[in-house]
Write a protein that binds this ligand. Structure first.
Ligand code: AMP
Length: 273
């Protein structure tokens, strides 16, 4: 992969990387389409990264649909699919990891210990191997995108990070490989996440405080009986720390994580207070 990327560079072609864990859906494909606008050669990596899953998480059951993924990549004219094995990425004696220490304290980082250490480590390794000029990530994983951007600044990594907007199903549910886990009734209830996020504008117009908006959102989502809320947080878009009295015009991230029986889903919107 590295030799191929170096060859492209020697031909004055820029390389754009889209890192994924596979089970590709329209969300991923929108990242690939954006990458094609920004770079000459497109690399999609598919790697279900064991170090970003906790011991009780879904590493083993995570959907793997390689044949369909290849087909989608080839239809979009992807130049290379990078598909490393776990043992190639993590030889038995590997003992170096990358830790972002501030942004990772919040939101998913607080609930999924070690998750972003796994993410940062694998993304830096993918950058070293694929040597991209550009890498595209999704706003769906808002915290991940922010942490990767921070890592790139902190470690002087010569990659331009581009963040693509969230792709949603017709009824608003954010696309995710994990939506496959949902039973039909759960899939119906899952629309409450985005429907709740959409209500925030109205609650803002009613002059509710941040705490009141947050409580309303929690109550709205909890009306669905199979949803268990992991967190509902209203945070500063740059620091990810909780806000209580934002100034008018401040940009806030409203981030939600919920569990159904098997699936953990996340979603977010950015608002101006
Ligand atoms: P994953 O395969 O879930 O690790 O996701 C790979 C990349 O696709 C990440 O940068 C995600 O943020 C992005 N992504 C996943 N779902 C969506 C979506 N619905 N809209 C936009 N980007 C997404």
């Amino acid at each position: 992969m590295f030799r191929q990327s170096r060859l492209w560079h020697s031909q004055n072609k820029s390389v754009a990387l889209v890192p994924t864990m596979g089970a590709l859906h329209e969300g991923h494909l929108s990242l690939i389409r954006l990458a094609k606008k920004k770079g000459d050669k497109i690399v999609v990596s598919i790697f279900v990264n064991p170090t970003q899953f906790g011991p009780n998480e879904d590493y083993n059951s995570y959907p793997r649909t390689l044949n369909e993924d290849f087909k989608k990549c080839s239809e979009l004219g992807v130049d290379a699919v990078f598909l490393p094995s776990v043992s190639a990425m993590y030889p038995d004696n590997s003992s170096t990891y990358v830790n972002e220490e501030i942004l990772s304290q919040h939101l998913c980082g607080a609930r999924r210990k070690g998750h972003f250490r796994g993410v940062c480590t694998i993304v830096l390794k993918l950058f070293n191997i694929c040597a991209p000029d550009i890498a595209v990530f999704g706003q769906k994983d808002a915290q991940q995108s922010l942490i990767i951007s921070q890592m790139v600044r902190d470690l002087n990594i010569p990659v331009k990070i581009i963040i693509a907007p969230i792709k949603r199903e017709k009824d608003g549910l954010a696309m995710s490989s994990r939506n496959k886990y949902l039973l039909p009734e759960e899939r119906r209830q899952a629309t409450a996440i985005y429907n709740g996020l959409q209500k925030i504008k109205k609650w803002q117009n009613d002059n509710l405080s941040v705490a009141q908006v947050r409580r309303k959102l929690i109550r709205f989502i909890q009306r669905e009986k199979d949803i268990r809320i992991d967190y509902v947080s209203i945070v500063n878009i740059n620091t990810l720390s909780e806000v209580s009295r934002p100034k008018k015009g401040d940009k806030l991230l409203i981030a939600v994580a919920v569990f159904f029986n098997k699936a953990r889903l996340i979603d977010n919107i950015v608002i101006k207070w």
